[in-house]
Write a protein that binds this ligand. Structure first.
Ligand SMILES: [Zn+2]
Length: 284
């Protein structure tokens, strides 16, 4: 079990089994820890999910939404600016970067990799060290498929930025070691703090290890089940968020750790995004 990351609970597709998840919370705005500007629409971290009642009815299986409409996203102003403490929040080009955090997940990461491969799209995976150590074959596949690897700390510790230099360095190095053990030729050029909780020291120490800190500009908030629910409402929320917010230079934040709704949403979004933008892995 992922000790320090147990933050929320989810109901399985059958609606009877309680699956304990860690709250990815990659998208909790860094403002709450360090005065950075939260992303548009950011709200407080989600409250703990209530336990399902035994009589809860199973939800209908979500379907892939059809993306229609007259929005021409390339006409939106390009993404610019920088994230908390100098972190990156734009690709720096007209291209868009998809980023998937908190994996590898034994079920959903392979499915996401299959989806991306089907469309010839490469992305960026911000992996957690303990997950990389548990699923080295998936780390190897992420790299072999041409995606960019990003360090997302050893065990998703949200307060890592407040720890001593030694604790931070050990955490980041251990994570890189787990990645390199699985994929010795991986280039680990990026770091993303859990929850976006960068601190000046965290950014500086990541840089000392050769990693740029990467924030995001478009947050799917695909972990906020208390607000958007599971299943179709979450799928629709993710799709609409990206459809209305994607623009040149966007770095899009989503998750591959136990996120079936995210996978479903990107099944529609990847081909739609490809029509309007070039999708790139964060350049190494
Ligand atoms: Zn995360």
């Amino acid at each position: 079990m992922l000790r320090s990351r147990l933050c929320s609970a989810a109901i399985s597709a059958a609606g009877v089994a309680l699956v304990v998840l860690f709250m990815s919370a990659c998208s909790v705005p860094a403002a709450r820890s360090g005065g950075a500007t939260p992303p548009p629409g950011a709200t407080a971290a989600p409250s703990k999910q209530p336990k399902p009642s035994p009589s809860a009815k199973p939800k209908p299986t979500p379907t892939v939404p059809k993306l229609t409409g007259s929005v021409v996203p390339v006409n939106l102003p390009p993404q610019a600016g920088i994230g908390p403490f100098g972190s990156i929040k734009s690709t720096g080009s007209a291209s868009i970067a998809l980023t998937f955090d908190d994996g590898p997940d034994p079920v959903y990461t392979p499915k996401m990799l299959d989806l991306l491969k089907k469309h010839g799209v490469r992305a960026t995976f911000c992996v957690v060290g303990t997950q990389a150590a548990r699923y080295p074959a998936l780390v190897k596949r992420i790299v072999a498929d041409g995606h960019t690897i990003c360090n997302h700390t050893w065990q998703h510790r949200m307060d890592l930025g407040k720890q001593s230099k030694e604790v931070i360095l050990t955490d980041l190095r251990d994570t890189n070691k787990a990645i390199l053990k699985a994929a010795p030729r991986a280039k680990i050029k990026y770091f993303r703090a859990p929850g976006g909780y960068f601190s000046p020291q965290l950014v500086q120490l990541a840089a000392a290890l050769g990693m740029k800190s990467v924030y995001w500009s478009l947050d799917t908030r695909d972990w906020e089940f208390a607000k958007y629910d599971h299943g179709q409402p979450m799928v629709d929320h993710i799709v609409e968020t990206v459809r209305s917010g994607a623009r040149r230079g966007s770095i899009i934040l989503a998750h591959d750790f136990h996120k079936p709704d995210t996978l479903m949403a990107f099944t529609a979004l990847v081909p739609w995004l490809k029509k309007y933008f070039k999708l790139i892995p964060m350049p190494t």
